[in-house]
Ligand binder design. Structure first.
Ligand code: PEP
Length: 257
């Protein structure tokens, strides 16, 4: 099996941006621009406060809505947290987990990413799990060790059926929000390595079924080359997802990729 058996996924990670009126305006502008897109899953992962507005604004469109985190417990004394069930009840379909900003600023670890991933799956959400190396780790030539460790720990005890419901976003930390994009060859190399790790653990067929995105300063200018690579099944897009024409150009590049 090859790329053509996997549907490309372009997901916007809005991070901590957009008020509700701004979210509505962006999605209302975006919806007609991507209305004719069939072969790419288009997702907007918005702040918690925008979820209801976003779900309402995208009803009847081909844009799916995701959150940017969820807790691993079902309910209880976890002030400031949101459970996976709460997201599902609202109509949310995807959730970004283990983003490097959460690992860097909010104490997220591979263990909590694993717990969150399992909780998300149990609730019926599709997790977009982020992995990626620091610049220092790449310079020390341990990218593969870092990625292999993250894949092993973040997906610990998941079944083949579970892993097929996950999206993996390869996001080199040095490329996020920096304007420094990995080359298409670097992205392909690590995405293929991730698929190889999955193949060892779950077998070739399962590995070929998993969507692996690239993320890190992907934009309208570089998307086509990145998504043309055989193991790069789309992108997780930060900055460029905040402008409808830019995000649309990336979606169209994935459609042709
Ligand atoms: C991200 O937030 O996941 C991301 C890839 O950001 P940017 O596209 O801005 O680098």
């Amino acid at each position: 099996m090859k790329k053509n058996v996997r549907k490309a996924i372009i997901a916007g990670n809005w991070k901590m941006n957009k008020t509700r009126p701004e979210a509505k305006a962006l999605l209302t502008e975006l919806a007609p621009m991507v209305a004719d897109v069939k072969d790419v899953e288009v997702i907007a992962c918005v702040p918690f406060t925008n979820l209801e507005t976003a779900i309402e604004a995208t009803k009847g469109t081909n844009i799916k809505i995701g959150a940017q985190n969820c807790h691993f417990e079902k309910s209880g004394a976890f002030t400031g947290e949101i459970s996976a069930d709460m997201l599902v009840e609202m109509g949310v379909e995807y959730v970004v987990l283990g983003h490097s900003e959460r690992r860097q600023y909010f104490g997220e670890t591979d263990e909590t990413v694993n717990k969150r991933t399992k909780a998300a799956l149990a609730a019926g959400l599709k997790p977009i799990v982020c992995v990626g190396e620091l610049l220092w780790e790449r310079e020390c030539d341990i990218t593969e060790e870092v990625i292999a460790r993250q894949i092993k720990l973040d997906f610990y005890s998941l079944t083949s059926e579970d892993i097929k419901k996950c999206v993996i976003a390869y996001e080199p930390v040095w490329a996020i929000g920096t304007g420094k994009t990995a080359t298409a060859e670097q992205a392909q190399e690590v995405c293929a390595f991730i698929r190889g790790c999955l193949a060892k653990q779950y077998g070739e067929d399962t590995a070929e079924a998993v969507t692996i995105q690239y993320g890190g300063s992907m934009n309208a200018g570089n998307a086509a080359e990145l998504v043309s690579k055989v193991d790069v099944d789309g992108g997780l897009i930060g900055g460029a997802s905040l402008k409808a024409p830019d995000f649309t150009a990336i979606v169209k590049a994935a459609e042709n990729g």
